[in-house]
Design a protein around this ligand. Structure first.
Ligand code: SF4
Ligand code: SF4
Length: 365
């Protein structure tokens, strides 16, 4: 992990660990991060996406611009807001919302990059501050699931790769023209059977685009995060479906290559969650020991679904922010009970594969 990543990780842990260990009621400090799902609509059809099948039904539930602005006002100002979806840029008001949020917050956005036209790229650059700890747009995460036809096959839209590649090139040029180092660029890929042999090529792409991060996400098969309906307790007490993955040798080869590349590239290559290579292989072999893991994230991070419900990670409604204050939901009875249960269990069986999980390194006795 690079300097910034390490610093952020330390702040994250210290924000979470004090209340985790010492506050028995389940209350937490102000969150460091809020992930705000602004829509469940998307212009792509990714094979591994849990939202796609239900998009037609979920799309009706988007909040209006004013409702989202009301929610943005309620989020504490030191909290980093990540705009996510669905695909945030299918909303016509997305730049207006990000502009509104960036007056009081540091913000990020995660996108599939297809809709980032010239105008949007300039608007994103205009939202970036000079320094990473100032308010404004800090990072743009762009998901790229492979090179060329591999990407198109995963997202199930022909021509999507060419489009995102052209937009990334434009972003690189424009950021240079504007003389800005922000927003940072993160190229993000979920490792799957389809793209595993291209992991090194994805690092090449990140290098070509002048990215600041190249992030590989470990596949998550949990099916519980629409942020609209409550999931029952079984969702986190039951292990998620196994990963379907056949190319373990290719994964080992690529992980070794990535370790080598890490020493040479001028940007950070990271895995989400942070895991040693042998643990990544175990995950893809469905051989993880869940008791080797813990989680402190519900003490530092909140999620807000497209209807305004605040939830920890599993879709458990802790209060709708159109009706409640932020703290009424974040430190309300439902969230506090979830934290107490998590602290008692240390980790839930259903957490396997979550990108927030913390690897503790050895089995508990
Ligand atoms: S880009 Fe994201 S939201 Fe859209 S289909 Fe793919 S995984 Fe789902
Ligand atoms: S590891 Fe489990 S408890 Fe922690 S954030 Fe992920 S799903 Fe939630």
């Amino acid at each position: 992990m690079g300097y910034l990543g390490r610093l952020y990780h330390l702040i994250d842990l210290s924000t979470a660990l004090v209340p985790y260990h010492f506050v028995k009621s389940g209350r937490a400090f102000t969150p460091l991060r809020v992930a705000l799902m602004v829509t469940h609509r998307c212009n792509l059809r990714c094979a591994m996406c849990m939202i796609v099948e239900r998009e037609a039904e979920l799309r009706e539930k988007d909040l209006s611009t004013n409702e989202l602005k009301l929610i943005l006002h309620k989020i504490p100002s030191r909290t980093l807001i990540t705009f996510t979806g669905g695909e945030p840029f299918v909303r016509r008001d997305i730049i207006d919302l990000m502009h509104h949020a960036s007056r009081n917050h540091r913000i990020n956005v995660i996108t599939n990059g297809v809709l980032l036209n010239d105008e949007k790229i300039s608007q994103l650059l205009a939202l970036a501050p000079k320094r990473v700890f100032q308010k404004g747009l800090i990072l743009v995460g762009v998901s790229v699931q492979g090179i060329g036809e591999v990407h198109d096959a995963v997202v199930r839209v022909k021509g999507a790769f060419d489009k995102v590649r052209a937009n990334l090139l434009k972003f690189r040029e424009e950021r240079k023209k504007w003389g800005k180092s922000l927003p940072l660029l993160d190229i993000k890929s979920v490792i799957t059977d389809e793209n595993v042999e291209q992991m090194d090529k994805l690092v090449d792409l990140a290098e070509e685009m002048g990215a600041d991060f190249c992030t590989f996400q470990i596949v998550n098969t949990q099916d519980s995060s629409y942020g609209i309906e409550d999931v029952p307790e079984e969702a986190y007490q039951t292990p998620p479906p196994p990963v379907r993955f056949t190319k373990i040798d290719a994964l080992r080869t690529q992980l070794a290559k990535i370790e080598e590349r890490r020493k040479k590239v001028p940007f950070e290559i990271r895995f989400n969650p942070i895991l040693p290579p042998e643990e990544i292989v175990k995950r893809y072999q469905n051989a993880v020991h869940i008791e080797d893991y813990g989680c402190y994230v519900p003490w530092s991070t909140a999620h807000i679904g497209p209807t305004g419900n605040l939830f920890p990670c599993y879709s458990i409604n802790c209060g709708n922010l159109l009706e409640k204050s932020f703290d009424e939901a974040w430190n309300g009875p439902v969230f506090r009970e979830f934290r107490r249960k998590l602290r008692e269990a240390e980790i839930f069986p259903g957490c396997e594969g979550c990108c927030f999980i913390s690897y503790r390194g050895k089995r508990k006795k």
